[in-house]
Design a protein. Structure first.
Length: 78
């Protein structure tokens, strides 16, 4: 699955084999967010993580910061 650009954001859902795998993925994304100083909107329901990336201080629109973060997140999953 790829990122979908809609309503001023990039969105993607990730599915894992268990809650533990999903939570571990979220922890790895958290380190990326801190490194880039760009924090996602996200939800987790058991084995699924949905991420929404938007740049709030640019008027809630997609910027290069969002695209860079999406690429870094993609590198975490096969």
């Amino acid at each position: 699955m790829t990122w979908i650009e809609a309503d001023g954001a990039l969105e993607r859902e990730f599915t894992f084999g268990s809650f533990t795998e999903a939570f571990g993925f979220m922890m790895r994304v958290a380190f990326i967010a801190e490194d880039l100083d760009h924090h996602p909107e996200w939800t987790n329901v058991y084995d699924r993580v949905t991420i929404r990336l938007t740049t709030h201080d640019a008027g809630r629109t997609v910027t290069e910061r969002d695209r860079t973060m999406a690429e870094r997140i993609d590198a975490l999953v096969p």
